[in-house]
Structures are given as C-alpha cells and as structure tokens.
Design a binder for this molecule. Structure first.
Ligand code: PLP
Length: 377
C-alpha cells in the first residue's frame, strides 16, 4: 500500500471538503445565487489581502494575475523596476519586457531578497519608473521579502508597487492597505488549499488613474472590465470558473474558521520544524531570509535531486519539488503551505531522510525528525 502526499510549493493538498464543493451541481453565473457566492468569496479574499477594495478573480493561474498587473499599468516604453533573484521575480521582468517596458533590475543573487535601501536607491536613480514589481515569497529559492518598509518608500513616490504574493497569501500576513501596496497578486493552488485555476488581483485606489490611462492592449485581463462587472451587480465580465469559485467559498470558510493569525502561526511553526530538520541533517538553506511556506535546501554533495525527488515519490508516495533554473538537480524544496499539519510535516521529513539514506548520504537516521519534534514541542 502506498499513500500519496503532495508537499510541493504549488499545487498543494486540497481538503476533501473543498474538492467536494467543487463537485457541486452546476449553477448559472448570471444569477443572484452565484453573485451571492462571489460576494462571500470576495469578502474573504479582502480579509486575506488586507484590502478594503474588492479583490478581482482572474480565470487562469497566478501568472494571469501577474500579467494583469503589468498589462493594465504599463504602456509600451514605460520604465519599471524589478528585482530578479529567482524564477518568479524573473517572471515579473519577463512579463514587463513582453509588454514593451524598459526593465531596470536591482542586482541580486538567487536566494537574496531586495532591501528597502536597494529599492530606495533604485527609485532615486529612476524617478520616472512607472512601477516596481517585487515578490513577497520567492518560491524558487524560499526567500522572503519584507514588503512593509518597501511600501513605506513607494507610497511616497509616483511609482506603483506591485507584489507577487502568490505563496505569501494564506502563509504570511498581507496588509495591503495598511502597508500601502498598490497591486497584490495571488493564485488558488498555494496557501488557499485549492486546485489551480484562479488568479487574484487586488488594486489600490491610487492605481486606477494609471490603469485608465494605460495604453497597452488587453481584453480578457482588462481590470476596467472587471471593475465594471463587479459594480454592475457582483459579476465577472466573462463566464467564471463556477466550480472553482464554489470550492473557494468552502476553502475560505475553513480558513476563517481557523483564523488568519492561527494560520500564519501554524506556517511559522511548520517552517521552523522543516528548517531545524534540514540543519540537523547537515544541509544548508538556499535563502538568506527564509519564507514560511516552502523550505529550499541544497542537497548533499553528489546527490542529484532530479533522482531524489522521483525516488521519494515513487517509493514513499511523498512528492516534494526539485530546483528550477540553474538550481535544477542541486536543491530540493519541501512545500508546507495550505492544508498541512504538524503531523504531515513529520511525514515529509521522514521520507526525505529515507530518500537521502537510500542515495548514500551518511547521517544518523532520525536526526532530522528529532530536530523537527523539538522545534514543534
Ligand atoms: C506558483 C507561483 C507563481 C506562478 O503561478 P502559476 O499559478 O503557476 O501561474 C508565481 N509566483 C510565485 C511566487 C509562485 O509561487
């Protein structure tokens, strides 16, 4: 018998209550019945994002929400500031270039996080920048960026601050309005315990002037159409992913029952346990300042994670992730976001130990588990 666990940093495990809600009979979306569901969902998302304004649901993955944050803000030729230090912060720069922007990069190594001083210097050098695109939780390296002090700087400048909080939402606090962030994006299949398929984007009041003046072509991802649909009776401009929205209502109810503070505290504990285990196994984290939703660590010398990851999946039923880009084969990433308990965390660590042992790494079996138990005690 083999039981399957999904410890990847997206998609993540979805509770059966959520999956059952997705299987509910189809209803029509141009009805007061569906609008009521959408209203409840948007209210829940507003709490998660720390936003007074509605959060818009984009039918697509998280990247669709990221693209919306560029397509609606930047006109061709606009200057933007990015801080590539991993696969997803690089994606911001890629999307901006696809929309004809001039991209100015804050120079970083993978695993590092941009500091407020670096952002301040970049704004000073580029006072004409239209927007700054950052990543709260860089899933490819597990690096955390403290958004609050950066937003403090950008709210005093003309540049809008957009953040990818795709693995931040439901893991770390997000206080969009309080911090003064202009655009926040996320997706369903990470901290929200949902299948993939929905993107989320929240927009600050001061962004709309820029969005209205933006000359980039867009149709499906047009935020003005989304705003109009919402104002016209809690609707989406096109047919929404009705089943996923129904599932999201269930997921958000579960999250509100647990309480946001408890959710953030649980992720902090899971991350502490994972980091303690990794250190006890003599391994090093990739990130200088680690996030709480995923733990990325370098594999021992001579162990290829392109082999370790399938071994753990096929033999023990435990799916973790390897590295991306130039870190492929060199690192492993254990996702512990969303529907993950402390007991689940121990399962992941036990399987990691078994996999490493089988691949010839020498250490005392149980050393990681013991460290994790102590961290959780
Ligand atoms: C998963 C992820 C994305 C991409 O989301 P998709 O849903 O795969 O499009 C972007 N940014 C971060 C930080 C992510 O973890």
């Amino acid at each position: 018998m083999k039981k399957n666990y999904l410890f990847t940093p997206g998609p993540t495990m979805a509770p059966h209550e959520v999956l059952l809600a997705e299987a509910a009979p189809m209803i029509h979306h141009r009805t007061s019945q569906f609008s009521a569901i959408l209203e409840e969902v948007v209210e829940g998302l507003q709490k998660l994002f720390g936003a007074e304004e509605p959060v818009y649901i984009v039918m697509g993955s998280g990247t669709a929400a990221m693209e919306a944050a560029v397509a609606n803000v930047c006109s061709p030729g606009d200057k933007v500031i990015c801080a590539p230090a991993g696969k997803f912060s690089e994606r911001w720069a890629d999307i901006c270039r696809a929309y004809g922007c001039e991209v100015v990069n804050i120079e970083l190594e993978w695993g590092q996080s941009p500091t407020p001083e670096q952002v301040e210097a970049a704004i000073a050098r580029n006072p004409d920048a239209r927007a700054i695109y950052l990543t709260q939780s860089e899933t490819s390296t597990g690096a955390y960026t403290d958004i609050e002090p950066i937003a403090e700087l950008t709210r005093r400048s003309d540049a809008l601050l957009a953040i990818d909080a795709i693995t931040g939402i439901g893991v770390h606090p997000c206080k969009m309005d309080e911090w003064g962030v202009d655009l926040v994006t996320s997706g369903s299949q990470k901290g929200c315990m949902m299948p993939p398929g929905l993107g989320f984007i929240a927009v600050s009041p001061r962004s709309w002037e820029t969005i209205e003046a933006c000359s980039s072509p867009r149709y499906y991802l047009d935020l003005l159409a989304m705003r109009k649909g919402w104002a016209g009776g809690s609707q989406t401009p096109f047919t929404p992913a009705i089943s996923l929205v129904q599932a999201l209502r269930r997921a958000l109810r579960m999250m509100m029952d647990e309480g946001l503070e408890n959710i953030h505290a649980r992720h902090a504990r899971l991350a502490e346990a994972a980091r303690a285990a990794v250190r006890a196994l003599g391994l090093q984290l990739v990130a200088d300042s680690p996030v709480n939703g995923v733990t990325a660590a370098y594999a021992p010398e001579g162990i290829d994670t392109k082999k370790l990851v399938p071994l753990m999946r096929d033999k023990y039923g435990v799916q973790i992730a390897g590295g991306q880009g130039h870190l492929k084969g060199k690192i492993f990433r254990i996702g512990h976001m969303g529907y993950v308990s402390e007991e689940d965390m121990l399962v992941a660590i036990a399987a990691l130990e078994k996999g490493l042992k089988e691949m010839g790494y020498e250490f005392e079996i149980g050393a990681g588990l013991l460290a994790a138990h102590k961290a959780l005690a």
